[in-house]
Ligand binder design. Structure first.
Ligand code: SF4
Length: 87
């Protein structure tokens, strides 16, 4: 059945399939890029608490000085707009 296809069409089909496979191999990279952390400026991070709320009580805080969603070093006394209070 595939013999009925003109040679150039088969070649184009194979190219498209190989290109699609290559794109599929690259897809796992995209979620990594989407998982990039926010800058401190974008998160409006501050080195001081917001009232009683601080990184130390945020579920996104990773002791001793990291955050799951904000890049760079953060202080346990800091705070940002992505703050998420633990239950
Ligand atoms: S999300 Fe904001 S408040 Fe929570 S740990 Fe990260 S920087 Fe601190």
């Amino acid at each position: 059945m595939i013999d009925r296809w003109p040679r150039s069409s088969r070649r184009n089909l194979l190219r498209a399939m190989i290109g699609g496979a290559s794109a599929g191999l690259l897809c796992p990279i995209a979620p990594v890029a989407a998982a990039d952390k926010m800058t401190k400026a974008r998160a409006a991070y501050q080195d001081t608490p917001n009232g009683i709320y601080s990184c130390a009580t945020c579920t996104l805080f990773e002791a001793p000085h990291a955050c799951k969603v904000v890049e760079g070093e953060v202080s346990s006394d800091g705070w940002c707009t992505a703050f998420a209070l633990a239950d």
